[in-house]
Design a protein around this ligand. Structure first.
Ligand code: ATP
Ligand code: MG
Length: 563
C-alpha cells in the first residue's frame, strides 16, 4: 500500500452502482448504515459509514438511511442509540429524515412470516436448540428434516399465533424457513426466522415476545426502505443466498442487492463489540470514550479529527479480500490532517532544570514566536517568556553522549528555539548521581536564534521558562496491546496482551500561552507530538492534555523502504 489514495469512484462497489445507473436498473442509489445498538461504533464502522454515505452522496438524488438493526432485546439499549447518532453526525454525515428502526417493522415482518407459512415455505419447529443443531448436519454431511417439517399450514399458523400471544416459554418453538436440509450452503438448511424471547425491548416494551432473526429482518427492512444496494461485510457472503430467497418468496416491495466488502481490521487493537464490551465492563479502560479504544467516541476524545478518519477510510479503499491494516497508516492520516491545522507551541514532558549562569537574575524577556513557523501570517505570534531558569527535556541532555547526539552535552552548544545559543558549562547532581540541573552560558549576540558570525549549531531544542511555565498533566497514549494481533492465540485471553504503558501520565511544563487553551483545542508541541486539551478533565486551573500521536511517522518510513 502506498501513500496514494485510490482515485474516487473506482472500487468494485462504485463500478456496480455505475453500471446499474447506466443500464437503467436504478435511477438513483439508496444505501443504509445498519448498526445494532449493542455497543458504541468503532473505526471499522467508520469504514462502512463512509462507504454507505459516500456512494449515496455521489449520485444525484442518492441517500443513505440510518437504520438501527434492533431485533435482539437482550443486548440492546437506548444509550447506544444516542451514542451512535452522535458519532455518525460527528463523522460528518446526515441521514436527514431517514432514521429507521427494524423494530418499527415488527408488524410487517410478522405478516411476511404468515405469508411464508401460508405458501408452505415456513413451519414451526419444536426441536430443542441442541437437536436443531444435530439435525443440521455438517459441511460434508447433509442435514435431516425436522420431525415437525410437515406440520400443516393451519397448525403452523395456530402455533405462530400462540407463540406471539405468549403461550410458550423461551426455546419451546421456533419458526423456520422450509428450504433444503441438504443444501451445500448451511444457511439454507431451514434457517430460523423467529425465536421466543420473553424479554422487554427498549422500544417496543412488552408488545412482543417473539423476535425476528437477523437474516429475516435485514433483507425485508432493506426492501421496505427501497434500498438499492445493501452493502455489508464479507462474513455475510453465505447469507446472500438466504437474503435473496426470502425476498423472492414474499411479496417484497423491492429487490435490493446485497454486496459484500472486506471489513476493516487494524493491528494492535480489537474491534469486535464483544471484546470492547469486555474491556469497558472489566474496567480495563475508563469507558467507551477511553482515548485508547478504537471507538469513535474514544478517537474523538483522543483528539483525532473526523477529517483524519475519513481520509484514512479513503486511503484503505474498498476491496473484496480481508486484510489487516497497519495502525501506522491510520496514524499517518492523523498527522497529515493535524500538521496544517494545529498551532505549534512548546511543552516539556520530562522537565530538567537548565540555569543560564550569565543571564541576569530576576530578569526576563519575551520572544515573539509564530504559531505556524512555515506560514507565520496564518495565526500570528504569541509571546514566549525567557529567563535565567528554564526547563528542557531530560532526553535532550546527555553527560556522556555518543558522537551522533546533536543535543546538549558538556561543552556543546545548541539553539534554544526562538531564543539564544547556549553552551553547557556544568551540571549539578543529586546524591544518586543523577543530573538535576544543567548549567549553561548564553551568547547575547544570538538573540532570536541566529549567530551574526555565521556560526552554526547542529541541534535546536525546545524549552519553557521555569518562572512562567504552567504545570500540566499530560497523558501519553500508546497502542492498547503489545501484540499486533491480540486475539491470535486461542489459549491466551486477549486482555493478557494489554500494554501496561498504553497510558503514561506525566507532569509536564508548558508555555504560558496555553493558559488560554479550551477543552478540545489542539496543538503541536514542538518535537513531541500533537495534543488536545482533554474535553472532560481540562480546566484553566488544572490543564490536562492528551497526546493524539507522537510526531515520528513510522508509516512514511515503511513506505520509503518499499515494504
Ligand atoms: P462487531 O462484529 O464488531 O460486533 P457488528 O458487525 O456486529 O460488529 P453492527 O452494528 O452489526 O456491528 O455493524 C453495522 C454495520 O457496520 C454492518 O453493516 C457491518 O457490516 C459494518 N461493520 C462492522 N464492523 C466493521 C468493520 N470492521 N469494517 C467494516 N464494516 C464493519
Ligand atoms: Mg452485526
Amino acid at each position: 500500500m502506498s501513500n496514494e489514495k485510490p482515485p474516487p469512484g473506482t472500487d468494485f462497489i462504485r463500478q456496480i452502482i455505475a453500471e446499474d445507473l447506466a443500464s437503467g436498473k436504478h435511477s438513483t442509489v439508496v444505501t443504509r448504515f445498519p448498526p445494532e445498538p449493542n455497543g458504541y461504533l468503532h473505526i471499522g464502522h467508520a469504514k462502512s459509514i463512509t462507504l454507505n454515505f459516500g456512494v449515496a452522496s455521489e449520485v444525484p438524488g442518492g441517500r443513505c438511511h440510518l437504520r438501527f438493526d434492533d431485533s435482539n432485546p437482550e443486548t440492546e439499549d437506548a444509550e447506544y442509540i444516542e451514542a451512535i447518532k452522535q458519532d455518525v453526525k460527528w463523522l460528518g454525515y446526515d441521514w436527514g429524515d431517514h432514521l429507521f428502526h427494524a423494530s418499527d417493522y415488527f408488524e410487517e415482518l410478522y405478516a411476511f412470516a404468515v405469508h411464508l407459512i401460508k405458501s408452505g415455505k415456513a413451519y414451526v419447529c419444536s426441536l430443542s436448540e441442541e437437536d436443531i443443531r444435530k439435525y443440521r448436519g455438517t459441511v460434508t454431511k447433509a442435514g435431516t428434516g425436522s420431525p415437525y417439517r410437515d406440520r400443516s399450514v393451519e397448525e403452523n399458523l395456530d402455533l405462530l399465533g400462540r407463540m406471539r400471544a405468549g403461550e410458550f416459554a423461551d426455546g419451546e418453538h421456533v419458526l423456520r424457513a422450509k428450504i433444503d436440509m441438504a443444501a451445500s450452503n448451511m444457511k439454507m438448511r431451514d434457517p430460523l426466522l423467529y425465536r421466543i424471547r420473553h424479554a422487554p425491548h427498549y422500544r417496543t416494551g412488552s408488545d412482543w415476545c417473539i423476535y425476528p432473526m437477523y437474516d429475516f429482518t435485514h433483507c425485508l427492512s432493506d426492501a421496505m426502505e427501497n434500498i438499492t444496494h445493501s452493502l455489508c461485510t464479507l462474513e455475510f457472503e453465505n447469507n446472500r443466498e438466504l437474503y435473496d430467497w426470502i425476498l423472492d418468496n414474499v411479496p417484497a416491495p423491492a429487490k435490493p442487492r446485497q454486496i459484500e466488502f472486506a471489513r476493516l481490521n487494524l493491528n494492535y487493537t480489537v474491534m469486535s463489540k464483544r471484546k470492547l464490551v469486555e474491556l469497558v465492563d472489566g474496567g480495563h479502560v475508563s469507558g467507551w470514550d477511553d482515548p485508547r479504544l478504537p471507538t469513535i467516541a474514544g478517537l474523538r476524545r483522543r483528539g483525532v479529527t473526523p477529517e483524519a478518519i475519513r481520509d484514512f477510510c479513503e486511503r484503505i479503499g474498498v476491496a473484496k479480500a480481508n486484510s489487516t491494516v497497519d495502525v501506522a497508516l491510520f496514524e499517518h492520516s492523523i498527522r497529515d490532517d493535524l500538521n496544517t491545522k494545529t498551532p505549534r507551541v512548546m511543552g516539556v514532558l520530562d522537565p530538567l532544570k537548565l540555569v543560564i549562569v550569565n543571564y541576569p537574575e530576576d530578569e526576563s524577556e519575551d520572544f515573539d514566536a509564530p504559531y505556524f513557523p512555515d506560514d507565520p501570517p496564518k495565526m500570528g505570534t504569541r509571546k514566549v517568556p525567557f529567563g535565567r531558569e528554564l526547563y528542557i527535556e531530560r532526553a535532550d541532555f546527555m553527560e556522556d553522549p555518543p558522537k551522533k547526539f546533536f543535543r546538549l552535552a558538556p561543552g556543546r552548544e545548541v539553539r534554544l528555539r526562538w531564543a539564544y545559543f547556549v553552551t553547557c558549562v556544568d551540571v549539578v547532581k543529586d546524591e544518586d548521581g543523577e543530573v538535576v540541573e544543567v548549567h549553561c552560558t548564553y551568547d547575547p549576540e544570538t538573540k532570536g536564534g541566529d549567530a551574526p558570525d555565521g556560526r552554526r549549531v547542529k541541534g535546536t531544542i525546545h524549552w519553557v521558562s521555569a518562572a512562567h511555565a504552567l504545570k500540566a498533566e499530560v497523558r501519553l497514549y500508546d497502542r492498547l496491546f503489545t501484540e499486533a494481533n491480540p486475539d491470535a492465540d486461542k489459549d491466551v485471553d486477549f486482555v493478557e496482551h494489554l500494554n501496561p504503558h498504553s497510558m503514561d501520565v506525566v507532569s509536564a511544563r508548558v508555555e504560558p500561552s496555553l493558559a488560554q487553551a479550551m477543552p478540545g483545542d489542539r496543538f503541536q508541541f514542538e518535537r513531541t507530538g500533537y495534543f488536545i486539551a482533554d474535553s472532560i478533565d481540562h480546566t484553566t486551573d488544572k490543564p490536562v492534555f492528551n497526546r493524539i500521536v507522537p510526531l515520528r511517522d513510522s508509516w512514511k518510513k515503511i513506505v520509503a523502504k518499499g515494504k
